[in-house]
Design a protein around this ligand. Sequence first.
Ligand SMILES: Nc1ncnc2c1ncn2[C@@H]1O[C@H](COP(=O)(O)OP(=O)(O)O)[C@@H](O)[C@H]1O
Ligand SMILES: O=C(CO)[C@@H](O)[C@H](O)COP(=O)(O)O
Length: 502
Amino acid sequence: MEKYVLGVDLGTSAVKVAAITKNGIIAAQQSSSYPLSHPQVGFSEQDPQDWVTGTTAAIHKLLTQDHIAPTAIAGLSFSGQMHGLVLLDHNNQVLRPAILWDDTRTSKQRQEVETKMGHKFIQITHNQPLEGFTLPKLLWVQENEPEIWQQATTFLLPKDYVRYCMTGKLATDYSDATGTVMLDIDTQSWSKEICDTFNIPLSICPPLLHSSELAGHITDAYAKTSGLQANMPVFAGAADNAASALGAGILQTNTVLSSIGTSGVVLKYESNAQTNYQEVLQFEDHAINDAYYSMGVTLAAGDSLNWFKKTFYPQTDFSQMIQDAEHSTLGAHGLLYTPYLIGERAPYADAKIRGSFIGVDSSHVRGDFVRAVLEGIIFSFEDLMQIYASHNNMFDTVISIGGGAKSPLWLQIQADIFNKKVVSLANEQTASLGAAMLATVGLGWYPDFISCTKNFVKVKTTYNPIPEHVSQYHELYAIYHQIYSQTKDLSSRLIDFRQKNK
Ligand SMILES: Nc1ncnc2c1ncn2[C@@H]1O[C@H](COP(=O)(O)OP(=O)(O)O)[C@@H](O)[C@H]1O
Ligand SMILES: O=C(CO)[C@@H](O)[C@H](O)COP(=O)(O)O
């Protein structure tokens, strides 16, 4: 009987589960979406139970609709949205909705960490304590919800909670642990100094595992609800960007990843823990032992297009909407867009900046706005590419993944703005592929990730930069690059106005 592993990608908008063979063939994929709640400006929350219900529903569909036999599944592993805070009490019951990576309520706590620890914090974590990361969220609960904080016994990251419900075992993995900014990168252990400084008991931090390490087995109870076999091995899994990088074959320093999911990511493999981009870029443990990656995050990348579609093209699918952008021109007839819909993480760590359309003209039609959104997102990625360029990082290929890589127009825009070869893959959802790879290595199907990559990562199309487009985009980027500084103060005043007039 053909054997499979399951790769579970716990995203922000949906969970995607893929059944993949030993040779990296995707036999079936299912997904299940769940709601996102924004109870106040800057707040972003999800109910951890929705993740479990969605994952179980997607697995159930694989078994019943795609006829994947439970006995044919040898193991599973995870890719998970990063940084989200799940708080459990002493009975491992969820205490409050999870506070997510794109929640920016924690500017005061960020400031507190900076004031109390200064450069020492950066020395320990190799990161800034930005709003999206887990530590400021813990501090927010400590300060604003003392009755919840008193009951908090363990925190987990999103995928860890789903794994706990499957196996009954509490743990996180190193790649997600770095995203909490509570891990000492040099010693690879939870930082006692950070915990002590903020009166956080060290015992709240879950046990640490490597991403392909065995985390537990499917319990009898979860076997009953899901249809999976009891006792099936479950491997720790990784942060979504680490898993995506693995699934895209980012295992050496000469390739860079560009990911257009809900968020946008420009990511580079790093072999040296001391690599330093002055903390403008995040620095994280990779899913592979003793390897790292740096990355810059555009908070609303695919989410910008999603917002635009919901608001102005409610009845149209993404591909049809993008056809309108094809009828516009390079530069959208002089229209520029900045994707700061929910603030920004990099290169501007600014929770109060907001997006803008610049150059709106009475001749513009909807397609010009779509085109400007597509281009603006990639200009924001170019801001991140420029950081690598300024550190003399030489690379000639960008691997493009995520839902945005489904569009040939958007792939060509990337090649033209980056002035680099852009490669799309046969499966642009590399997070579930990476998760499955963790299970294959955990099971011993492959001795290491390099050999697994040879079967799992398949190039689809290569887009080369078109010289005429490159020079036009170069001119436009110089204008785009000024928008942040010119709108920063206006955005901040508008946010203050909004807070006062709720
Ligand atoms: N056909 C398409 N063409 C271009 N972009 C698309 C298409 N379908 C979806 N997208 C973009 O991909 C995003 C979702 O990407 P995905 O990788 O699934 O996100 P996540 O894992 O964060 O849930 C959407 O918000 C949208 O911007
Ligand atoms: O905050 C980050 C990375 O630091 C995000 O990339 C999240 O990990 C969620 O990503 P998607 O839902 O867009 O995959």
